[in-house]
Design a binder for this molecule. Structure first.
Ligand SMILES: [Zn+2]
Length: 273
């Protein structure tokens, strides 16, 4: 019977699979936005079961909780008290579904897709918590590292090398800020500043392990490049030296992961179509 499947059937099959993957991505996006809201505040994931408005405690009905769409229909306001709902939640849902589809197109439907998607779901959660609080729960970092280690080509040696390299880099930059920059700027507050967050180290290890040495180097350079403008804006406008780095590391990992063949081919000078 398989032989009788024509091109039209294949197109239909792909469409229905893409629809299922999209719904899967949206549902997880909604779950991740709940994690980003609840985990840092220490609210249980199971109690209350249904989300409520942080302002008036109104229990949000299921049809007011449809990922992305409900935000648009409710014009970003609570259905009961009309208080503004943060745009961060539909952004998380959109990010999650987009990444899910990109990974599906890139990997196909297999165990590796599930592992890498689960890894990126954890990284999305970490990134948005990092944006909001500039600190992330350790157990999420450990979870991300464990999930990553199950990916097909995880390179433990490269993971350890990158984590170690990053610790040394952090020591140097922190020494520079606390002892040299603090003296030059005569700013005692810099004496307690650290350069890079400890939370960045497990993410760097994940990049090293998932991408392997060569691609991970490109990933780390790309993340620094992606973070440079927000970092400059932060330190000059807000006088804040701490830029959340996990979102840029995660984005760089995604970009390099999705384009690994292209990057390897350009590095070796063998362009293939
Ligand atoms: Zn409300």
């Amino acid at each position: 019977m398989i032989l009788e499947i024509g091109t039209e059937d294949l197109v239909e099959y792909s469409f229905s699979v893409i629809l299922v993957i999209t719904i899967f991505g949206l549902l997880f996006g909604s779950f991740i936005s709940m994690l980003v809201y609840r985990l840092p505040l220490g609210i249980s994931l199971f109690n209350p079961k249904r989300s409520s408005c942080p302002n008036c405690k109104y229990t949000i009905k299921w049809y007011e909780n449809i990922p992305i769409l409900s935000y648009i229909f409710l014009k970003g306001k609570c259905a009961n008290c009309k208080d503004k709902i943060s745009i961060i939640y539909p952004i998380i849902e959109f990010t999650t579904v987009t990444i899910t589809l990109l990974l599906f197109i890139n990997i196909g439907l297999n165990i590796e897709f599930l592992t890498i998607t689960l890894l990126f779901y954890t990284l999305i959660t970490l990134s948005f918590i990092d944006f909001k609080y500039k600190a992330v729960p350790d157990y999420l970092l450990i979870l991300a590292l464990i999930i990553a280690s199950f990916s097909a080509n995880f390179d433990f040696q490269s993971a350890l090398m990158f984590a170690g390299g990053f610790v040394i880099l952090e020591l140097f930059i922190t020494y520079y800020i606390q002892n040299i920059k603090a003296k030059i700027l005569k700013d005692d507050s810099l004496k307690d500043q650290v350069s890079l967050g400890e939370g960045d180290i497990p993410i760097v290890a994940i990049i090293g392990g998932v991408l392997g040495i060569k691609l991970a180097l490109i990933g780390i350079m790309l993340s620094a490049f992606l973070a440079i403008i927000p970092a400059i804006l932060n330190s000059f406008i807000k006088k804040d030296i701490e830029t959340p780095f996990i979102p840029y590391l995660s984005l760089a990992l995604l970009l390099v992961y999705l384009n690994q063949e292209l990057i390897i081919n350009s590095l070796t000078g063998q362009y293939s179509i």
